[in-house]
Unconditional design. Structure first.
Length: 538
């Protein structure tokens, strides 16, 4: 039977643009589905029904994008009514097909309509009801990549609808009335309930806890949690909750939902690259906003090194790869911000990447208190925050989309302003082992000679800044074996000091470079360059 399907499916490669080109189709002409698409849908449905997981993965990751590119680059796939008879009205398959159908609209077309947004929401309701309301695990196997992207897309479409609803400036009275009529669609409580229900159904938290201690997760998984579909949907839902709480500005809860996830250890649950990268982005951002800079730097450094080693995986054009590449750039921006606020040594490969991407100029400006540069980097790198309060019906023409982003930016800038003088103070303290307060105050004021100042007042202000230095450089830092929220207070500064009467005593706490490792790396790099040059000459 498999060979029959495979023979039928292989024929679709023979159909080129000259046979049935996408330009022959518009949204009203889906009565006639291209023969190659018809064969694909039949084979896709049969593979899903027979649980042929590797073939499903190939069809999902390669064939569906290829057909989308060839036939439906700027239009939607045939709707449910056009394909139902082709797949013998298989309701389970049609729900999965519509998930891909709406996702394609979001990714490729110029903004989904209200009707399409509602249709996608109701289809997700059908899908999750089918999975969660069954008395026994449904007989459905899907690739982990699909399951991750399903949850990721579910949260993304909620985010998109919330932003769409918050902007009344480009909507007619009829559209606003339609939004008010469907005010329960894409409701945050509904989205949270679905994700938590998937987590509870799979018992994934208990599984992760047992897995971390070296036990057998299946011993606590229950009948549903042993099934791969429920197990992985539960795990990906935890990451979905991380993202959702981050979008709402609740960073404590964002980290708390991952309390049983080993953030700095690769596991059997974190093998989907998109999930790993998204997890690191939101965890690192939450740590940064909680002023846990050392943990943020560790998180960003680990995942950016992973991306450097596997960058060829994300070269192909796809929505997910585009998202991964964008998140990579965002994390470099966030890493630069954290290194300015909390200087520390990072991997040489990352330092080289920061130099090659011209982040050093941005970091230089931020070190000298350029608030515009801080704001620019933050706005580029932050998530698109959401406000759950839609505009009232009496505020036509208002756009509230950016209100939540402006609020979070103010919170971030307030924190930066408190630390604005610290890089300058640090640069002076590095030069001395002892330094009178009055002398440092004079140094600090020398940059503004035209302003009137009194030494006594400046010494008082400087003392406040030095106390701020002490406070800001001491963070909670994650320790091995702890959950994401736990850790110990540690000083992250490369120097320490204390004030005795009017004298500052400074001690350099910076760990000496491991020069042997440094020179070995340089020698190996030099030998590699020699081999390349030799090969070119030959």
């Amino acid at each position: 039977m498999y060979d029959d399907y495979n023979d039928q499916y292989d024929t679709y490669d023979d159909y080129g643009p000259s046979d049935l080109h996408a330009s022959q189709y518009d949204r009203s002409s889906y009565r006639e589905v291209p023969d190659v698409v018809r064969k694909f849908l039949i084979y896709f449905r049969n593979c899903i029904n027979e649980g042929m997981i590797f073939e499903i993965q190939n069809l999902y990751e390669n064939s569906f994008p290829k057909l989308s590119e060839q036939f439906f680059d700027k239009t939607s796939w045939p709707d449910e009514n056009a394909v139902a008879h082709i797949v013998e009205n298989d309701q389970a398959f049609l729900i999965l097909y519509k998930e891909l159908y709406y996702r394609h609209i979001y990714a490729r077309m110029q903004g989904p309509t209200l009707e399409q947004r509602l249709g996608s929401f109701y289809n997700y309701c059908d899908l999750f009801n089918y999975i969660l309301n069954a008395e026994t695990p449904v007989q459905l196997e899907l690739p982990d990549q699909w399951l991750w992207e399903l949850i990721d897309e579910f949260v993304y479409q909620f985010q998109s609808f919330t932003q769409y609803r918050a902007n009344h400036s480009n909507k007619t009275a009829e559209e606003i009335e339609g939004l008010n009529t469907h005010n329960k669609v894409w409701d945050v409580l509904c989205v949270l309930n679905v994700l938590h229900y998937l987590v509870d159904k799979s018992k994934i938290k208990s599984q992760l806890e047992v897995y971390a201690s070296g036990g057998d997760p299946d011993s606590v998984a229950g009948v549903f949690g042993r099934h791969s579909l429920y197990k992985m949907l539960g795990y990906f839902s935890l990451v979905g909750l991380l993202r959702l709480h981050s979008l709402l500005g609740d960073y404590y809860q964002a980290i708390k939902v991952l309390e049983n996830v080993e953030l700095y250890k690769k596991s059997a649950y974190s093998h989907v690259p998109g999930c790993q990268i998204s997890t690191a982005y939101y965890v690192g951002f939450a740590y940064m906003m909680m002023r846990r800079y050392a943990d943020a730097i560790r998180t960003f450094s680990g995942i950016l090194l992973y991306i450097q080693r596997t960058k060829q995986l994300f070269a192909a054009r796809s929505y997910q790869n585009d998202q991964i590449n964008k998140q990579t750039e965002q994390m470099y921006h966030l890493l630069a911000i954290c290194l300015v606020l909390h200087p520390q040594c990072i991997d040489e490969g990352l330092q080289q990447a920061l130099r090659e991407r011209n982040y050093h100029e941005k970091m230089y400006k931020m070190q000298y208190g350029d608030m515009a540069e801080f704001e620019s980097c933050f706005l580029y790198a932050c998530p698109k925050f959401l406000s759950l309060t839609p505009p009232g019906p009496d505020t036509p023409g208002e756009d509230y989309v950016k209100e939540a982003i402006r609020h979070q930016t103010r919170v971030f800038k307030d924190e930066v302003l408190q630390q604005k003088m610290l890089p300058t103070i640090r640069s002076y303290l590095k030069l001395y082992t002892t330094l009178p307060l009055s002398k440092l105050a004079t140094f600090m004021c020398s940059s503004r000679p035209d302003e009137s100042w009194e030494l006594e007042n400046e010494v008082h202000e400087l003392t406040i800044h030095l106390l701020c230095f002490k406070h800001k450089m001491k963070n909670i830092v994650w320790t091995k074996g702890a959950s994401g929220l736990e850790g110990k207070f540690q000083s992250g500064s490369e120097l320490d000091f204390y004030i005795d009467h009017d004298m500052i005593h400074i001690a350099d706490t910076k760990v000496a470079h491991r020069y042997g490792d440094f020179f070995i790396r340089k020698i190996l790099k030099f030998e590699e360059l020699n081999r390349k040059l030799h090969h070119i000459k030959i």
